[in-house]
Design a protein. Structure first.
Length: 256
């Protein structure tokens, strides 16, 4: 009897977890300090402008649940890609400086937004993430046709430490209210007002997830080593570039 393919063996688990995520996103808005009734939320007999339960569900709580699902899935998926790319189980989206660059951009926007044309916090954080990706990529590919994963890791860790040193310096120059806002942003929150932030991050996330789907087989072979993967027809340099850029894109969109 032919054993089942590993992907087919894991398919039921993936489906079950996807259904659990959908159930969590749909059920989370019903939990909160103000109780709401299921029957009133989806009732067509009450106009939406007069239906407080529906307004709480669709305008206040559901966007936060969707944002949590989007951010969690993006960081988890990009973490898997980074671990495979670096062949290091300790790698995560914060290892390569992408999150640090986004944090620096946000803190600069909060502290000096009134004096510098850096745009809003979300725009500045995404720009900081892009800057970090560009610097790390340039360093890692400087003397190689592909990406040196060792240089990539070292450059990311070093740049991340440098960014957080700059964050402390910006906080030192800021006033109390700006420091408070910056610390709240760095700690992370889901204070999403409406669907605009979710829709703004969605295109970047979809592009990254499309790349993740294409990378499934090449990254599986890359875990055997670059030479073994290349002997099986994998373009190692292209796979490394797409993996790094797509995972960085998902991370930047999530933390912004």
């Amino acid at each position: 009897m032919t054993p089942a393919h590993p992907l087919r063996r894991g398919l039921p688990l993936v489906i079950m977890l996807a259904l659990a995520m959908v159930a969590a996103v749909a059920g989370a808005p019903f939990i909160g300090s103000t109780p709401i009734a299921f029957s009133r939320v989806f009732s067509r007999a009450i106009p939406f402008q007069d239906n407080l339960d529906a307004q709480i569900f669709f305008l206040a709580r559901l966007p936060r649940a969707l944002a949590a699902a989007l951010v969690g899935s993006s960081l988890a998926s990009s973490g898997v890609v980074f671990q495979t790319l670096l062949r290091n189980p300790l790698a995560d989206p914060y290892t390569l400086g992408v999150a640090g660059g986004a944090a620096l951009g946000a803190v600069v926007s909060i502290g000096f937004g009134a004096f510098l044309p850096v745009g809003g916090v979300a725009t500045a954080s995404l720009a900081g993430a892009c800057l970090a990706v560009a610097v790390v990529y340039a360093i890692a590919s400087a003397r190689h046709r592909g990406l040196s994963t060792t240089v990539l890791l070292l450059a990311g860790v070093t740049l991340n430490a440098f960014f957080y040193a700059l964050i402390l310096f910006v906080q030192y120059l800021s006033n109390f209210s700006q420091v408070f806002r910056a610390v709240r942003w760095l700690m992370g929150d889901l204070e999403v007002a409406g669907y605009a932030p979710v829709l703004r991050a969605l295109p970047f996330t979809l592009i990254a997830f499309g790349a993740f789907g294409w990378l499934a087989r090449p990254l599986n072979l890359l875990t055997l080593g670059a030479d073994a993967a290349q002997s099986r027809g994998v373009n190692v340099a292209t796979t490394q570039r797409v993996a790094f850029l797509s995972a960085s894109l998902a991370t930047g969109a999530a933390v912004s």
